[in-house]
Write a protein that binds this ligand. Structure first.
Ligand code: ARG
Ligand code: GLU
Length: 716
């Protein structure tokens, strides 16, 4: 008995020490299923993924390319994050109907709002097709030919592998090119907005609280999928009907406790868990610091204007949030990688790897991988830095340069493809630019330009820096550009782009703004990109062999998951607090009380709607309040998530919906590169808070009635 208990304890310690990983749902049987059961899961791998019966994966589509959603009613109602629906909510908003500020609720299906271009994609089937993709590849002499053959095979297979007419085939690579998996999918195209809380709930805490625990954001919005009368995907039509899902998630409002099992399903975008120490070192000490400094400068300028001028605040809110999100993430990541000694840990792993290679007698095949990495990462360093600086300054954060780059591409297009292609692109450009100028303020951008060009001049690697920008007076250049360039307004650029190709190209080449981007882009494309691509290809090939070796030389039971690649994954763990720093412990739960504590009347990040305060004061939580009398708001767990997992369902041991994933904790944002079970946590909004807002705050009982809600058993 005692022995058994010890054994169980041992198993438990092993499992809890080893969490992390994002797993392929069709391959959970064996190690993962056992581990999940040890952690408390009550359902089977078959109930998560199978091709015969309906299962959890049928309720978890990808939302509009970049996020995740879950089906929560048999009428195609889906739930995702507020920040995933943000653009749609903004698009439907005007001064008269400001849904961003006030929220939006459809109390009848007729009121639901269509969203042009929005899609939701379900997975029908997952199948390993590695042998088919690699057919005829190994016989080829060199890397470039191999890659070409693989791409050809993939595109043929995507066309020829069996699927229904309304489905898509999509083959994706796993383990850096060591495995290929087919996803058969169905993409629904008529997606309508059903509900969104005001931003003061859905985006509460905004950028100050972003990536931070403890958190109090009601980050959710609701949409509905519409289908044709055969329940198949169709373009928007008034004839369409609510989609009948194969499965919809039951919702549990029983509540969660610390150490309860949880799992998250969704579409994590990108991780790099198997990078060598040389690459991590470069991210920590060279690339992240440069990217952070650039965004830091741009954001400071924008924030200054936004705080003084409400019109600018509206123009820049969405752009600012997008730039700030990764700016902040990189800071947390850099800090976390340093604090956890990720580089040293990787080096230790590599030493061990090298020993295994020798033991296995595989020196010829794998003995040089690490030396190759060292050499190539050293060689690529300045090119990689130049690439990041160019991208961040010219293609992302200085609007006039980003716009100018479109004209630069127009010129290239003319040179390569001629008049017709030029005309088509020019017309598209002019049509599309209205949206750009609606949210463009030249005064803001001039100051950003000034800051970032100064950064460019002093930080772009000297050996590449264009002579014109050595010892640059950025203030005077900014002044020239913003007083003389035609790129600063819609009216002016329309004139600049009119006439035949010869006239247009002559005129843009006289433009002061265009001159800047052309100098930078020519420099980058001639002096940096070719060499960067050349070394990068070597790193990609080395990484593939390194991954192959890791898989081959590790014991069968090792937990080696494929890096995220925007395909459906399952991650699991436990509800758990953490210790961010010496002497500090974070609890895993937050409550509505915290919203009231953070409340700053009128503040753009921490204002609270009056009705929510009233509900709080009356403790009017309906059936959604916790047994301690409080209104639960968010919780954290050890699930291994990343960008793309936004909106992912968090489920309990029975596969019932208990929350909605929306972020990670500050100290754990490094988990894309180095996951540590001690401090990496994902943040979820408690489903009880979501339902409380829908029911008590918005009074949208019509939506509550559609859901299958599991309540705690009433004890007498
Ligand atoms: N950090 C979360 C994610 O990566 C939330 C982002 C929402 N945007 C923001 N700037 N607050 O998507
Ligand atoms: N907010 C992120 C997203 O949009 C998820 C958070 C994360 O990166 O972990 O997907």
């Amino acid at each position: 008995m005692k022995f058994l208990r010890l054994l169980l304890l041992f198993v438990f310690v092993q499992v809890s020490a080893q969490q992390g990983g994002m797993w392929i749902p069709s391959m959970l049987k064996g190690m993962n299923e056992n581990e999940m059961k040890t952690l408390g899961m009550k359902i089977t791998a078959e109930q998560i993924y199978s091709i015969n019966k309906s299962n959890l994966k049928d309720a978890v589509p990808q939302f509009d390319g970049g996020c995740t959603a879950e089906v929560i009613s048999d009428k195609g109602l889906i739930l995702t994050n507020h920040h995933c629906g943000f653009d749609a909510i903004q698009n439907h908003s005007s001064v008269d109907h400001d849904y961003l500020t006030n929220g939006f609720w459809a109390y009848k299906m007729e009121d639901e709002l269509p969203n042009k271009g929005m899609v939701v994609t379900f997975i029908i089937r997952i199948e390993d097709v590695t042998p088919k993709v690699l057919e005829g590849v190994s016989a080829l002499p060199n890397e470039a030919d191999k890659q070409k053959k693989i791409q050809e095979n993939i595109s043929t297979l995507n066309k020829t592998l069996p699927k229904e007419a309304w489905q898509e085939n999509s083959i994706r690579t796993f383990y850096d090119g060591n495995q290929y998996i087919l996803f058969v999918t169905e993409t629904y195209k008529d997606i309508r907005l059903v509900g969104a809380p005001p931003s003061s709930i859905g985006k509460f805490g905004s950028d100050t609280d972003n990536w931070v625990w403890p958190r109090h954001t009601g980050d959710f919005s609701m949409f509905r999928i519409y289908a044709d009368k055969n329940n198949r995907p169709a373009e928007y039509s008034t004839e369409n009907v609510p989609y009948k899902p194969k499965y919809s998630l039951p919702i549990s409002i029983k509540g969660v406790k610390e150490n309860d099992f949880t799992m998250v399903m969704g579409y994590p975008g990108r991780t790099q868990e198997y990078l060598p120490s040389a690459a991590v070192d470069q991210i920590v000490n060279t690339l992240n610091p440069a990217k952070i400094a650039i965004r830091d400068a741009a954001l400071k300028v924008q924030d200054g204007f936004m705080r003084k001028d409400n019109a600018i605040k509206i123009q820049y809110a969405s752009k600012y949030a997008g730039v700030a999100n990764y700016w902040k993430k990189w800071m947390g990541e850099t800090k976390g990688l340093k604090k956890s000694n990720a580089v040293a840990m990787k080096q230790k792993f590599e030493k061990n790897f090298q020993e295994k290679v020798i033991k296995a007698g595989k020196q010829a095949e794998y003995g040089n991988l690490l030396a190759d990495f060292d050499k190539n990462y050293t060689n690529i360093k300045d090119y990689a830095l130049a690439r990041d600086i160019f991208t961040e300054i010219a293609l992302r954060n200085t609007e006039i340069l980003t716009l100018g780059y479109k004209l630069y591409q127009l010129e290239q297009l003319y040179n390569n493809k001629g008049e017709q292609a030029f005309n088509d692109r020019r017309n598209n450009l002019i049509n599309g630019l209205g949206d750009f100028y609606k949210d463009f303020n030249p005064n803001v951008d001039q100051k950003v330009f000034e800051q970032l060009m100064a950064f460019y001049s002093s930080n772009y690697p000297k050996q590449f820096l264009p002579a014109a920008y050595e010892n640059l007076n950025a203030v005077s250049l900014a002044n020239t550009v913003f007083t003389q360039s035609q790129l600063v307004s819609y009216d002016k650029i329309k004139v600049l782009l009119s006439g035949d190709s010869k006239t247009v190209l002559e005129n843009i080449n006289k433009d002061k703004g265009f001159e800047v981007i052309k100098t930078m882009a020519d420099n980058y494309l001639k002096n940096v990109a070719p060499k960067y691509d050349e070394i990068n290809l070597k790193n990609i090939a080395t990484q593939r062999t390194y991954m192959k070796a890791i898989l081959e030389l590790s014991p069968k039971s090792a937990r080696i998951f494929p890096d995220a690649n925007s395909t459906l994954r399952v991650t699991y763990g436990k509800v758990k607090g953490y210790k961010p720093n010496d002497g500090v412990t974070y609890e895993p739960f937050t409550y509505l009380d915290g919203v009231i504590e953070k409340y700053v009347p009128g503040d753009y990040e921490f204002d609270v709607p009056k009705k929510l305060i009233d509900l709080y004061n009356a403790k009017d939580y309906g059936r959604y309040g916790a047994s301690n009398g409080k209104m639960p708001l968010a919780f954290i767990a050890t699930n291994h998530t990343t960008g793309g997992n936004s909106g992912s369902p968090a489920m309990d041991a029975n596969g019932n919906l208990i929350g909605l994933n929306f972020d990670r904790v500050w100290e754990g944002t490094m988990s894309d590169i180095y996951y540590s079970p001690d401090i990496c946590r994902n943040i979820m909004v408690d489903i009880r808070y979501v339902l409380f807002i829908v029911d008590k705050y918005a009074g949208a009982e019509n939506l509550i009635k559609e859901m299958k809600i599991i309540s705690p058993k009433m004890k007498k």
